[in-house]
Design a protein around this ligand. Sequence first.
Ligand SMILES: NC(=O)c1ccc[n+]([C@@H]2O[C@H](COP(=O)([O-])OP(=O)(O)OC[C@H]3O[C@@H](n4cnc5c(N)ncnc54)[C@H](OP(=O)(O)O)[C@@H]3O)[C@@H](O)[C@H]2O)c1
Length: 316
Amino acid sequence: MKTYTLNDGNKIPAFGLGTWKSPEGEVRQAVKEALRVGYRHIDGAWIYQNEKEVGQGIRDAIDAGIVTREEIFVTSKLWNTFHAPDDVETGCQETLTALGLDYIDLFLMHWPIAFRPGKSQHKAPEDFWPLAEMPLSKTFEAMLKLREKNLVKSVGVSNFTVSKLKQLIDESGAVPAMNQVELHPYNPQTELLAYCREQGICVTAYSPLGSSDRPDSMKAKDEPPLLENETVKATADKEGVTPAQMLIAWALSRDTVVIPKSTNAGRIAQNLAATEHNLSDEARAALENIDIHYRYVSPRGWFFPGITYEGESFWA
Ligand SMILES: NC(=O)c1ccc[n+]([C@@H]2O[C@H](COP(=O)([O-])OP(=O)(O)OC[C@H]3O[C@@H](n4cnc5c(N)ncnc54)[C@H](OP(=O)(O)O)[C@@H]3O)[C@@H](O)[C@H]2O)c1
């Protein structure tokens, strides 16, 4: 399995299993199955509300002698309600308790957005905590301290743009080990990738297959399904792989980590097999032509007039 070395010296497997939307009753088995067939990296988060089952899947695999804790890489994410420096460790501990682990390999700030403590979801503008009052750099500095307590090995961010990364680095004086963002041929974010590379920040591609199992409430009308794109399908045919496998191989060819989600044993195996495929230059060129700057995941629903976040310019 290909690995990358993070800017703190730790190594991360380039391929992992996503667990957002993986239902209770399925995700435990999916995690164990993934580890059984050769996955060594599991991506989760407090807000996915399934970390207990993810942890049980990991425990099942360890107990069955499939892996040891040290052989696997577990990522989790600090939810927006835990941004106060004094709450950061609580957020981390809640994840550790749910997972049944004593450390996380990579802990990410899930969004550059703070909710008032105790508000696990926004309901009104006053549930948001203005960043002028609760700067992201203060949250990040508190996250870095978790390394000294051996609760986490590496610390990074998620959903950060170039301008937000620059501000974070300026204010905290530290460079995150990772930026996990939405990346696929509809939204390749080439400039962000180049900036991260320049700064030594590793990048993870989330929603690499187009996240088609998102709830309808999160979907735009007439959303273009990535796996149904004619270029994706025709190019995959030529490469002799499935569309999903081609998208995974595309992400790996850009030296990003990629974390497709599946709870289906056949697709879990199929996605892992994609790590063996070397994408041709022709395929890469064909996929470059379908960039439509389309995001499947966006905090659109979190924007209220009058709050201090930037509304539609969030991604600028
Ligand atoms: N940091 C963040 O803010 C953030 C945001 C979004 C996602 N993520 C992470 O990234 C992971 C992946 O993203 P995602 O869950 O949004 O979506 P995704 O991995 O792009 O797509 C998941 C969908 O693709 C299907 N699928 C999986 N393998 C397939 C295959 N070989 N052929 C056809 N369909 C296939 C899955 O169905 P089955 O399960 O039925 O196979 C599911 O419906 C998440 O699970 C999460 O861990 C992070």
